[in-house]
Design a protein around this ligand. Structure first.
Ligand code: TRP
Ligand code: ZN
Length: 476
């Protein structure tokens, strides 16, 4: 964790050096072709222009043909969509590869690629409530997308380098390689058909269902039946070695490591089965049939909780980082954000899970709580809802979020704290969440005093004092 934040700070200063990095020219939305109108976006409070509030994408069927020796992909995306209102135009997020054709329910449809949007004109307006499919064929180089939430030092999306490709999209990189409603509020299930040169190994989010090698190509299929946010989807293609393991409760574990990866990096992940079992005791059943990690050949990237297959850098990490990304499978992937401003519901909870794990290993909570508080004491304080992209992954989302949960725990006691977490997960698994959803559960089980205990941590901006007995009372 500490390393992750340091890396992000390094990334921030890197942003200056990167300003001359090649950027794909994004045509302004003012140059709209005839018949098209400016899309309004989903209205997320941090990224208002991403997505389309009129769409509910329920499933993405993605066929991607790629070669890790070339930074080009050919794709066919079939989106299953329900219209949430009457649609005169459909807008998807998409940057980079050239669109070769769009079909709406099997018929060619007029389209335009403008900026980071793919706009489609249905021949007649789609009425509210209609379910339809949209097929998009494309080919080209995925856009260079730099992470605005960390100052631009980190590349996002489909990345091809050093003879491999991997996907790391949080928050807004998914639309570099497939057209999507790129807001976490609109989760979807996925079918993936990945076609690479024989000799390369492909792993991706979901359960592998089929693999065929013929005519010098290997095609591997994956299914992910549970809805996830678009940014959580990952694919790794490379010279990889797969290692499988039996997990608890019939969960299949498969890890993908670059061949020649040093054993000390693999050691980070030795406790995965125990960690899954432990977190399931707190949060309820692990949400997917499969879990594991994919280690990228790049030692510099930060770890990301990509769905069913967390992505890690090629360097040794603390086991707590592995635990953190695993916890996000519940908090972030299964329970997904309804709005980016609520990011503490991801980061605060995954960070707090580190404390639960430490205590289960016989360690005291005190040093962690003190470290978190010290981190917060040296940055400008803010309330928990983020108001701008640079706050998404700052110390407050992680540590103030985690301390808010600890304040709740001390108020309600361990028994009710457990029930609050399990109830929240049980109620919202596979759905989007807002801060009010969690507070509703906390109030129902913990009463008004539970909310009062959390309030100063939530609203801010001042950092509440580190209360006496804040950790000495922490039990078990
Ligand atoms: N969610 C990640 C974590 O805390 C951090 C993160 C945010 C990230 N955006 C990212 C990591 C982009 C890699 C790439 O675990
Ligand atoms: Zn995290």
């Amino acid at each position: 964790m500490k390393r992750l934040i340091l890396l992000f700070l390094a990334g921030t200063s890197l942003a200056l050096a990167r300003q001359t990095a090649p950027q794909l020219p994004a045509p302004p939305l003012s140059t709209l072709p005839d018949g098209f109108s400016a899309p309004s976006g989903y209205g997320d409070s941090i990224y208002p222009l991403l997505g389309d509030a009129g769409l509910d994408v329920t499933h993405y069927d993605l066929s991607l043909r790629s070669d890790p020796r070339q930074d080009v992909i050919s794709g066919r995306a079939v989106l299953s969509i329900t219209a949430l209102r009457e649609l005169n135009q459909i807008s998807l997020d998409f940057a980079g590869p050239k669109v070769l054709g769009v079909k709406l329910g099997g018929r060619a449809a007029q389209h335009a690629q403008v900026g980071e949007k793919l706009l489609i004109l249905p021949p007649t307006p789609v009425t509210a409530g209609t379910a339809f499919t949209l097929t998009v064929a494309y080919s080209g180089t995925p856009a260079l997308q730099y992470d605005s939430s960390t100052g631009g030092g980190l590349r996002l999306g489909w990345i091809t380098q050093a003879g491999g490709s991997y996907v790391l999209s949080e928050p807004d990189g998914a639309h570099t390689f497939f057209p999507c409603n790129d807001v976490p509020a609109d989760g979807a299930s996925f079918s993936l058909h990945l076609d690479v040169p024989a000799g390369y190994t492909t792993v991706a989010s979901g359960v592998q269902t089929r693999q065929v090698t013929a005519a010098g190509r290997t095609r591997t299929d994956f299914e992910l039946a549970q809805p996830i946010p678009t940014y959580a989807l990952t694919v790794h293609v490379g010279r990889l070695k797969l290692e499988t393991q039996a997990g608890p409760a019939g969960i299949q574990i498969r890890n993908a490591f670059p061949v020649n990866l040093p054993d000390d990096v693999k050691a980070t992940f030795a406790q995965t089965p125990a960690m899954i079992g432990f977190l399931a005791e707190w949060f309820g059943p692990y949400p997917y049939p499969v879990y594991g990690v994919a280690v990228s050949a790049d030692p510099q990237i930060p770890a990301l909780e990509t769905a069913t297959l967390s992505t890690f850098p090629a360097r040794p990490e603390q086991p707590t980082t592995a635990l953190h990304e695993l916890a996000h499978q519940w908090f972030g992937n299964s329970l997904r954000l309804g709005d980016w401003s609520d990011i503490w519901l991801n980061e605060g909870f995954a960070t707090y899970a580190e404390l639960l794990w430490a205590q289960s290993q016989g360690q005291s909570a005190a040093p962690l709580l003190e470290r978190w508080y010290a981190r917060l004491a040296r940055v400008p304080a803010r309330g928990l809802p983020a108001t701008q992209s640079l706050q998404l992954f700052d110390s407050s989302s992680y540590f103030r979020g985690a301390l808010a949960l600890h304040a709740l725990r001390l108020n309600v006691g361990d028994g009710r704290f457990r029930r609050i977490l399990a109830d929240y997960v049980g109620r919202f698994a596979g759905r989007s969440v807002r801060t009010a959803d969690f507070l509703g559960v906390a109030q129902q089980i913990g009463g008004q005093t539970a909310l009062d205990a959390m309030r100063p941590w939530l609203v801010g901006p001042q950092l509440p004092p580190f209360p006496k007995g804040f950790f000495t009372q922490a039990v078990r």
